[in-house]
Design a protein around this ligand. Structure first.
Ligand code: FMN
Length: 334
């Protein structure tokens, strides 16, 4: 049985889970187009994850995945947190925010896992690490197929050893957060994919900069069983990205993205803007605390229509992104 048969899809394409961007309409449109729709549930509570799953089920009877952020235990250093908070003052002033509260988020990961099992979601993907053995076993006992994320060969081997069923090889070109969990090496997909395909026996999904059918075919020839596509779908009609974010994506020139930690404390690729430049040398808190500190700033920037202070996550191929419906965009890959 081929990998796409195991996933229950028609084409070797996974719509990238994109926390904050995926909507039920976006995920269902992907699944209905014959690819694997994925809910980016990383920032959701367990209750919101369940509601999201219900909405998708109303719109499609095809398989879809739910993607979770494996929680990390970053140490909370109050002094560092305060410095990072103060470093954001100039941005705050530019947005006219007199003061802002930055409540620290708590992960609902374990409860989300229970929701996924209770709702009979067939596929669960992860980024930022590997769940513990108890969680992996629980999901597998429920018959759920598991997909991990690796940015190096070493991480891919760890994913396989821990009993995960497939792995996304995320190249340095990819938009959004890097899934790294062992060190921070930057390896492009061209180098990463063959090294992972050679090192492990589980199916490998190529991700990062895949913007057209030619790119897709190239990854399949290099041994990928499927590809995961994010940036190419960002400006789709069904995408939940802010209209100004979509506009920035559509207007982006070549070489307009950079990797930065200033929004969340974790390395992520996005369109370069004033926030990145202003914060380039500022002290920042580790993930997820920096994300908590900047959350209100980003939402206020979105409310005021100031994309220069929003996180415009996008990959290196963003200059190839166009609008249209999910179905039309996917149609160009098949
Ligand atoms: C806006 C955005 C949000 C993302 N959010 C997630 C996420 O929640 N979970 C995840 O595993 N990957 C996330 N990613 C990474 C994608 O899964 C994938 O690795 C990446 O989009 C592939 O590169 P491309 O953007 O060049 O297609 C995100 C990517 C983008 C662009």
């Amino acid at each position: 049985m081929t990998f796409i048969n195991v996933l229950g899809i028609q084409h070797p394409i996974i719509q990238a889970p994109m926390a904050g961007v995926t909507t039920p309409e976006f995920v269902a449109a992907s699944s209905n187009a014959g690819v694997l729709g994925s809910i980016g549930a990383g920032y959701l509570s367990a209750a919101a994850t369940r509601d999201f799953i219900h909405e998708v089920k109303k719109l499609t009877d095809k398989p879809f995945a739910v993607n979770l952020f494996v929680p990390e235990n970053a140490e909370l250093d109050q002094g560092q947190l305060r410095k990072a908070y103060m470093a954001l003052q100039p941005v705050r002033e530019r947005l006219g925010m007199p003061f802002w509260k930055a409540p620290l988020s708590e992960s609902d990961f374990d409860k989300q896992v229970d929701v996924i099992i209770e709702e009979g979601v067939p596929i669960c993907s992860f980024t930022f690490g590997i769940p513990n053995q108890e969680t992996i076993q629980k999901l597998k006992d429920a018959g759920i197929l598991l997909i991990g994320t690796a940015t190096t060969k070493e991480e891919a081997i760890a994913v396989e050893v821990d009993g995960v069923d497939a792995v996304v090889a995320q190249g340095s070109e990819a938009g959004g957060h890097r899934g790294s969990f062992i060190g921070e090496q930057l390896v492009s997909l061209g180098e990463l994919l063959p090294s992972i395909v050679e090192a492990i026996n589980i199916p490998v999904i190529a991700a990062g900069g895949i913007a057209n059918k030619e790119h897709l075919d190239q990854q399949l020839l290099r041994g990928a069983q499927a590809v995961q596509i994010g940036t190419a779908l960002l400006a789709a009609e069904e995408s939940g990205a802010h209209p100004l974010y979509k506009q920035a994506v559509i207007e982006a020139a070549e070489n307009s993205t950079v990797l930065t930690k200033v929004f969340s404390g974790k390395s992520a690729r996005g369109i370069r803007n004033s926030f990145m430049d202003m914060m380039a040398d500022a002290p920042i808190a580790p993930y997820p605390y920096q994300n908590d500190l900047t959350k209100k700033i980003r939402s206020e920037a979105a409310r005021l229509g100031k994309p220069e202070f929003m996180s415009l996550w996008a990959g290196e191929s963003v200059h190839e992104t166009k609008g249209g419906t999910v179905k039309e965009i996917i149609g160009k890959f098949i």
